[in-house]
Design a protein around this ligand. Structure first.
Ligand code: NAG
Length: 196
């Protein structure tokens, strides 16, 4: 079963993993999560960060990235996911945890990049009810910040720069809208520790 919500050029897709078997019939347990698929224009600007693909890269937000934020607006806990066309990624939890591992692949062809990240459920705080996403590229004065849910014009202050943590401009989103209303989010060891 595959459900998807299209959010601009960011495709968030939920996938149910069926238990697979190895050649000797042992079940392979894959951690389930939300499959985040990116299909975006590739600018190759700025150039690739100096870190290996497949690894977390601190400060990835200064490069070409697509970011998604998943927020519980009551507790203000959120998961921030950053993925780069060159294969690096960065996971940030509001409680300060970062550099968590991520199954993420990226591929660039001509002017398009495609990426696929499996976000484990344990990375999500309970009660996600809002989200926002950004695509960032370019250098210097040409640095461009695209937002799925931008700050409305009338709310802009003079001299205001982009700030991705303006949680009040996030819009409604639940994991249940993808997984089904009856779906119950697994407990997260990461967030349970954080709230103690
Ligand atoms: C967002 O969700 C809240 C709470 O469920 C609801 O009251 C509100 O109408 C929703 N807003 C939109 C724009 O759907």
């Amino acid at each position: 079963m595959l459900n998807s919500v299209c959010t601009g050029c960011i495709l968030l897709t939920a996938m149910e993993f069926h238990i697979r078997h190895t050649w000797d019939s042992l079940p392979v347990h894959r951690e389930e999560g939300l499959l985040m698929q990116v299909n975006a224009p590739f600018f190759n600007d700025p150039p690739a960060p100096a870190g290996p693909p497949g690894e977390p890269f601190p400060g990835l937000w200064d490069y070409e990235v697509v970011e998604s934020f998943f927020l519980n607006s009551n507790t203000e806990q959120y998961l921030e996911v950053e993925v780069c066309p060159h294969g690096q990624h960065l996971i940030l939890l509001l409680n300060g945890k970062h550099n968590l591992p991520l199954s993420f692949n990226a591929d660039t062809k001509n002017k398009i990049w495609k990426g696929e990240a499996l976000l484990p459920w344990r990375y999500f705080p309970q009660g996600i009810n809002k989200m926002n996403s950004y695509a960032i590229h370019g250098s210097g004065a040409g640095r461009t910040y695209e937002s799925l849910y931008p700050v409305p014009k009338e709310d802009l202050q003079e001299g205001q720069g982009p700030d991705f943590h303006r949680l009040e401009y996030f819009q409604n989103f639940t994991l249940q809208s993808i997984m089904g209303e009856d779906w119950v989010q697994p407990e997260s060891d990461l967030w349970n520790l954080a709230s103690k």
